[in-house]
Design a protein around this ligand. Structure first.
Ligand code: UD1
Ligand code: UDP
Length: 363
């Protein structure tokens, strides 16, 4: 049985790494790895293949950046001939990026089964491009693998047949647990001049947060207050870097004495940074989950989350985008101490094995 697995962006690599490892126990399955090329910088792509031991992609569509319509259309155009040549039994897509819906749609139209890993998550905010990708991908999927109970519930409400939905746990957490020890050898703390529990980590890349200079400027106000109290390590996403390049706001951030502005860092470095942070501030989806497992306080700089389990059980708090609220939440974390939250059901390092077993039975 041939299964084509799609990766395109940074958060896809951790997810597919766990699946590629799990396939090894199933010689009857032939996995094919297709990289759409949505992310292409060394530090947004190749580095993860090396660090996570992901096999070289069998095919790279080399699509690159573009508007939503152009990028999605380019992936579809490049993927269709691959699908026609390879004739797989299924196409497996992960997450909620443009590559996810583009490849899922090509497969569904050619009558090839679509498998969605990380199905059912909903922010209920249709202004997020990812929310559109999630709803559409789930609507055309044949097997839907959920990370948390809210995902199952959302799919039921949308009328997806019960026998297509499986609560299996979280493949991103499989990869985290497999690399947690190895990450401790990373020299990133020394390189950035910070000490264990003596710094905050920040990531920002949502268009709603970084494409509008007024919103970004509000974050700068909050960061300025926080970095005066605690060093802040900020590996910057290329979207954010592009928006700050040669701007007064970029110069303002560069002038903050305790703010460590970095290029995006590799997985092991980032995992080490999260492990030893006093607090993580982020608008990332995956990082809300990773800090939950690590029990590190996470302040999510968004008004909503598609991952409610991380706030109900885990160490995550939604704090929104207003500078005064961010600073107030930071101060609460600093006075509360460490070690918050519980681990969600089935986030045990074996989600990928469950997925591959179910695929071998159902496809
Ligand atoms: C994409 C996903 C988002 C995900 C994020 C993970 C969509 C709609 N968005 O957002 O859900 O959370 O990836 O990181 O799929 N760029 C580079 N080098 C790269 C990649 C991008 O310089 O290797 C720059 C380009 O200027 C590009 C911009 O970043 O235009 C945005 O890239 P894009 O893939 O369109 O969206 P992301 O913001 O990365
Ligand atoms: N990450 C990384 N280096 C960084 C920032 C993040 O390796 O400099 C990892 C992080 O640990 C997580 C994933 O990238 O596994 C999250 O990706 P991102 O925030 O880009 O996407 P999202 O999860 O929001 O879709």
């Amino acid at each position: 049985m041939k299964i084509i697995n799609i990766v395109g962006t940074r958060p896809n690599f951790m997810k597919v790494a766990a699946l590629m490892r799990a396939y090894r126990a199933w010689p009857s399955i032939q996995p094919v790895l297709v990289h759409t090329g949505q992310h292409y910088d060394e530090r947004m792509s190749d580095l993860f293949f090396r660090q996570l031991g992901i096999p070289e992609p069998d095919i790279n569509l080399g699509v690159g950046s573009g508007s939503h319509a152009c990028q999605t259309a380019e992936v579809m155009r490049a993927f269709e001939p691959v699908l026609l040549t390879e004739e797989p039994q299924a196409v497996l897509v992960v997450g909620d990026v443009n590559s996810t819906i583009a490849c899922g749609l090509v497969a569904a139209k050619l009558g090839v089964k679509v498998v969605h890993v990380e199905a059912g998550l909903r922010s209920f905010d249709r202004s997020m491009p990812e929310e559109i990708n999630r709803v559409l991908t789930d609507a055309i999927s044949d097997l839907l693998f959920c990370t948390e109970p809210s995902g199952v519930e959302n799919l039921r409400h949308e009328g997806i047949a019960q026998d297509k939905i499986f609560l299996v746990g979280n493949v991103m957490i499989d990869t985290l647990l497999a690399h947690r020890e190895r990450a401790q050898a990373s020299p990133i703390l020394e390189q950035t001049g910070v000490s264990p529990r003596g710094y905050a980590v920040l990531t920002l890349h949502r268009p709603s947060n970084v494409d509008d200079p007024a919103v970004l400027s509000g974050f700068a106000d909050a960061i300025d207050v926080i970095q005066k109290d605690l060093p802040v390590v900020f590996p910057m996403h290329p979207r954010t870097r592009k928006n700050l390049q040669d701007t007064p706001l970029g110069q303002r951030l560069a002038g903050m004495k305790n703010l460590r502005l970095l290029d995006p860092v590799g997985y092991l470095d980032f995992l080490k940074l999260m492990c030893w942070a006093k607090v993580v501030l982020t608008d990332s989806g995956g990082i809300q989950e990773e800090t939950t497992i690590l029990r590190v306080p996470c302040l999510t700089l968004r008004e909503n989350t598609e991952r409610p389990i991380t706030t109900q059980k885990g160490s995550n708090q939604l704090v929104g985008c207003k500078p005064q609220n961010i600073v107030a939440a930071y101060q609460r974390v600093m006075s509360d101490g460490d070690g918050h939250g519980d681990i969600p059901e089935l986030w045990d390092g074996h989600a990928a094995e469950r997925i591959v077993k179910i695929m071998s039975e159902k496809l």
